[in-house]
Design a protein. Structure first.
Length: 190
């Protein structure tokens, strides 16, 4: 039987996996839960409140702008069509290896229309089949550390696309480049 990863261990494990890549992208690790800051922005992982050692848990990734009324934004809806196909296959693989008691219990999950539905633990992947069909609110299921390792391997090469620079960060970069463009222009004039 695999060991279920509780919330505290989830944050510790994910921090260890994500920190090197996010630091490469200019994000600084923050104290506490698994969160990272860059300028006025904070990227943080959120674990579903409906999790336990029977069904496992789910997590998503949020982006918060500390200035302005933007509030929290989920970044996983930004996955493109190819990413969603890979994510859906990985989700099915992870759910298939969930430990199941005998008999397979019915559990309450949030269905397509946002209402609670009862499904067998073995059918949990079908509870919200449209999660991967388009830019929807995506939650990634896990039970053990190997599930988190698999989701991290999926996420790492996509983080630079999922966490693009904010407008002020892009403007700062453009301002930094302007003197070099002027200098290059002087050489072209000669």
């Amino acid at each position: 039987m695999r060991d279920y990863v509780k919330s505290k261990d989830f944050h510790r494990h994910m921090r260890s996996l994500l920190t090197p890549r996010l630091q490469e992208l200019g994000w600084k690790s923050q104290a506490g839960k698994c969160s990272f800051a860059r300028g006025e922005r904070v990227c943080w992982l959120q674990v579903s409140q409906s999790s336990n050692s029977l069904i496992g848990a789910k997590f998503t990734i949020n982006l918060t702008e500390t200035s302005g009324p933007a509030g929290n934004t989920r970044i996983l809806p930004r996955l493109n069509e190819a990413d969603r196909a890979i994510g859906k296959a990985l989700e099915e693989h992870i759910i298939a290896r969930l430990p199941r008691p005998d008999p397979d219990p019915e559990i309450e999950v949030v269905g397509d229309n946002g209402q609670p539905v009862l499904v067998k633990l073995g059918d949990i992947a079908r509870a919200n089949p449209r999660q991967w069909d388009g830019p929807c609110d995506v939650w990634l299921p896990y039970f053990g550390k190997n599930d988190l390792d698999d989701w991290t391997a999926f996420l790492l090469p996509r983080l630079d696309r999922l966490l693009p620079p904010s407008s002020p960060e892009m403007i700062d970069t453009q301002l930094w480049v302007q003197p070099f463009r002027r200098l290059a222009g002087l050489f072209r004039s000669s």
